[in-house]
Design a protein around this ligand. Sequence first.
Ligand SMILES: Nc1nc2c(ncn2[C@@H]2O[C@H](COP(=O)(O)OP(=O)(O)OP(=O)(O)O)[C@@H](O)[C@H]2O)c(=O)[nH]1
Ligand SMILES: [Mg+2]
Length: 303
Amino acid sequence: MAHVEAYIDFSEDENIEENVLETVEENIKNLRSNIQKHLADGRCGERLRDGVRTVIVGEPNVGKSSLLNLLCERPAAIVTPIAGTTRDVVEINMNIGGYPVIIADTAGLRFNTQDLVEQEGMTRARIHTENADLVIIVIDVTKYVKQHKNNNLSFISFIYNYIKELKLDTILLKFVVNKMDMLEEDWKHVKDVWKQYEGVVALSCRTEDGVPQLLDKLTDRLTKLCGKPSRELPCLTQARHRKHLTDCVMCLDEYLRICIDGGDSVLAAQQLRKALRQIGKITGHVSTEQILDVIFKDFCIGK
Ligand SMILES: Nc1nc2c(ncn2[C@@H]2O[C@H](COP(=O)(O)OP(=O)(O)OP(=O)(O)O)[C@@H](O)[C@H]2O)c(=O)[nH]1
Ligand SMILES: [Mg+2]
């Protein structure tokens, strides 16, 4: 900004080099690409600040509330053998692998219920799933075994059908195959099935077998979603900052467009002023004195 102001105000009678605007253009391009890198961080800063929105979904009675209670180490949600126990969304803030997580237990999804309360619970479950950063689908292992026994269904086809049945449309999935303690002796060999799938964990909420593996896999996924804040660039932690930087990039683009078209540098400078104002809304106002300081520091004006 200071260099463009110097060019506009002093280039005719002072010793301002000809190529000053070209250097500015280069700097603006670098600045724009740096800001875009921050903007393309996949909202990891906001996730770190607000918590990663994680939702537990699945059919009724598969052990969703049991899983929530296991993860938060207290009986936060009601668990009973009655299918359709959970109606409201139960949200708990917790820490998994050092990452803040808001984990939500939801009503079991089934489509043959006439119960209005349960239907409302399912609508809420769906809305939460659509807005989640991470979705944990819980499956009852005995259901898979039953289907596999009847028609030799592969696990991957089973999962595919399960997601289709639940009408879930998301790609941020982890699968928990629960109730492993109920696997009959002659079906123990299916235990190896899920080992080959990165996103699948075999668990028993009753015996707590599989909990370390689940926590490891969740931590891996959280690291992918949030990055490693202590080792990487500072990230944007507020939606407001994201908006100001997006507006700033638009002004910088406009500046570059005017320059490329050979337009008036006074008009172009106006775009830089607007860009600076957006940055100022994050870092604090950049005053005219600060700009003049740079002008007198970088150019031999009036000396
Ligand atoms: N054997 C066995 N039973 C389990 C396990 N996990 C949960 N259960 C039992 O399964 C039943 C249902 O558990 P919930 O956690 O209430 O299931 P849910 O998915 O939340 O059910 P809804 O809220 O009705 O959708 C309860 O009786 C639990 O004790 C498990 O790993 N092994
Ligand atoms: Mg429940």
